[in-house]
Design a protein around this ligand. Structure first.
Ligand SMILES: [Zn+2]
Length: 316
């Protein structure tokens, strides 16, 4: 296991040994941060009948499954009957799938150990799927555990997040990129968990470019086309937009000092930024939850709405 996962394993091991593991957990982090690995480990630990403790440092212990007992063998073989995995690659997770999950928990366990379910990419749930899951999270059956993983926790319903123990999986980040973002005034330590652009230099470059274009669009009404192309074609475009607007709102509130590239031009006031943020968030949710959405059209509409919001301010 990677070093940054080991700390989380220790924490979870302590909770398990003290019988204080909650029945729903959410592992969140950048893509491939290790949240799936952790989920796999935890589920195996919850099912294994012959756990052992591994010393990993001064009085630090991590519980490990044996890999040999009947339940371990079944689990490793993907044929353990009291576990349900919902693995989504690109497609959405619909309400039918989540209803099956609820029914799965209502039935008594075959083997008599814990019942577990895994929902990978929980952010792929449609709104109605998420609402169905909420009911299951609110009415836990005994000795049952639901593990969610995501690399886009910003797209999860807050009510889902609040019912889970949320664990941020944070791999170390290149010093250089950290410094770069620090200079820009980005609150890296708060946002680290969902920033591809922090762990990938191409993404960092694309993000910086988009940020410059968007701010010029807001302040000078330039670069509409560049902004549109990024929104319509870059998979992170909508999230970036939200992040940038949040950053501008912070500057407006005096939480962070304004940067030199903003000081000479008028940026929209707090109320307008808030409005723009809501527009961006609504569009992002649509993009995520509607099956047949035209991204190009959605992006054009979003920019038209933002443009309208700024133009209104110019006339006042
Ligand atoms: Zn075992």
């Amino acid at each position: 296991m990677n070093t940054w996962l080991l700390n989380i394993q220790q924490q979870l091991s302590r909770q398990i040994l003290a019988s204080k593991l909650p029945h729903a957990l959410l592992f969140a982090g950048v893509p491939n941060a290790g949240q799936e690995k952790l989920a796999d480990w935890l589920i195996n630990v919850l099912l294994c009948q012959a756990l052992h403790q591994e010393n990993v440092g001064q009085e630090q212990v991590v519980i490990q499954p044996c890999g040999q007992c009947k339940t371990c063998k079944l689990f490793l073989n993907s044929s353990y009957p009291d576990h349900l995995s919902i693995i989504s690659d690109k497609s959405t997770i619909g309400v039918d799938v989540i209803r099956k999950l609820s029914q799965f928990f209502e039935k008594t366990a075959h083997i008599g150990q814990a019942k577990t379910a895994l929902v990978n990419h929980a952010d792929h749930m449609t709104i109605s799927a998420a609402n169905a899951l909420l009911k299951t999270l609110e009415e836990p059956t005994s000795n049952s555990f639901i593990i969610l993983t995501t690399d886009r926790s910003d797209l999860l319903l807050p009510t889902i997040i609040s019912r889970c123990q949320r664990i941020e999986v944070r791999p170390p980040v290149g010093e250089k990129l950290l410094a770069e973002f620090h200079q820009q005034g980005d609150d890296v330590f708060v946002n680290l968990s969902h920033l591809n652009e922090l762990s990938d230099s191409d993404a960092a470059h694309a993000y910086n470019e988009f940020r410059t274009h968007f701010i010029q669009y807001l302040t000078l009404h330039r670069n509409r086309n560049e902004v549109l192309v990024a929104l319509a074609q870059h998979s992170d475009g909508y999230r970036w937009l939200e992040k940038i607007v949040v950053g501008l709102m912070r500057e407006q509130s005096g939480w962070q000092t304004a940067r030199s590239d903003n000081t000479l031009v008028k940026i929209p006031d707090k109320q307008q930024l808030c409005h723009i943020y809501n527009l961006a968030q609504t569009a992002n949710t649509k993009l995520k939850t509607l099956v047949q959405v035209n991204r190009q059209f959605l992006s054009e509409k979003l920019l038209a709405d933002i443009s309208f919001a700024i133009r209104n301010s110019d006339q006042n």
